[in-house]
Design a protein. Structure first.
Length: 278
């Protein structure tokens, strides 16, 4: 039976993050019909293509691919169908695929995505933490200073945080999160959709201790809950903020700025600012 060819362009194909049965029928169909499949690792993707019943040729495309490889793919999209496949999950999530999409759109190529598994989203569903607002952080920097700076940058954000991590670095990263974010509730999920899937929940410090002497194997996602409600500002906090604001602003504007910053009554702050200024 002859396979109907696809329209030329780029097809972003989400693959399984564990169980091969998670591959959608539409994704399998695209992998069987594409002219070429761009993959991170041909050895990893060959198994998935066999599962999908695909014998289409593969072309390596990853972080270290030269610019001319990407440009050649974009050229081929003018007359061929190119499927983009990552080693696991949805392409472009913590991988270099966005450059290919950017250049394909700039060249006027057709770009289509096939939604499917993502380890970050799957871990959010397992964590039992708020999901109404979250930020995907990918992998934290390996060096302690850069890692701390990255965590400090989002410490005040009222959102659940999502990180990818490796087993050998897990305990150290969890300890750094506790130090820079506070000892928040968190969850560590690994091997999602595989035989040894596991999710451990608890405070960051407890999770760090759990994995200190037993680094886990497999792909790992860390979910960290949002910060708790801040304690109400004290009279000393208000006075300190007013004194600083009065060095820059007139009384009315200083009271307004501090009221917004600390969530206090503006009129009471105005009266206090007049006392301080007097």
């Amino acid at each position: 039976m002859e396979i109907e060819p696809l329209e030329p362009g780029l097809y972003i194909v989400a693959g399984p993050i564990g169980n091969l049965g998670d591959l959608t029928p539409r994704a399998a169909d695209i992998l069987r019909r594409a002219d070429v499949v761009a993959v991170e690792d041909t050895r990893v993707s060959a198994r998935l293509l066999r599962h999908a019943g695909s014998d289409r040729p593969m072309l390596p495309y990853h972080d270290h691919s030269a610019d001319h490889v990407r440009q050649r793919l974009v050229e081929r999209m003018g007359h061929e169908s190119v499927a983009l496949l990552s080693d696991a999950g949805t392409p472009l999530i913590s991988d270099p695929g966005y450059k290919l999409v950017r250049d394909a759109r700039a060249a006027g190529r057709r770009v289509t995505t096939l939604p499917g598994p993502s380890a970050a989203i799957a871990a959010l569903t397992l964590a039992g933490l708020p999901t109404d607002r979250f930020l995907f952080m990918g992998f934290l920097p390996a060096k302690a200073k850069a890692r701390g700076d990255a965590l400090d940058e989002v410490a005040g954000l009222r959102a659940t945080l999502v990180f990818y991590e490796s087993g050998p670095r897990l305990s150290e990263s969890l300890s750094a999160m506790a130090a820079h974010l506070g000892d928040r509730e968190a969850a560590v999920s690994r091997e999602i959709s595989k035989a040894f899937e596991e999710t451990a929940c608890g405070p960051l410090s407890a999770l760090s201790a759990r994995y200190a002497d037993a680094p886990p194997k497999g792909e790992i996602v860390v979910i960290v809950g949002p910060p708790g409600d801040a304690p109400p500002a004290s009279a000393e906090d208000a006075d300190a903020a007013l004194r600083e604001a009065l060095t820059r602003l007139p009384v009315s504007k200083a009271a307004g700025e501090v009221a917004k910053k600390l969530g206090l009554d503006r009129r009471a702050l105005y009266d206090r600012a007049m006392e301080l200024k007097g």
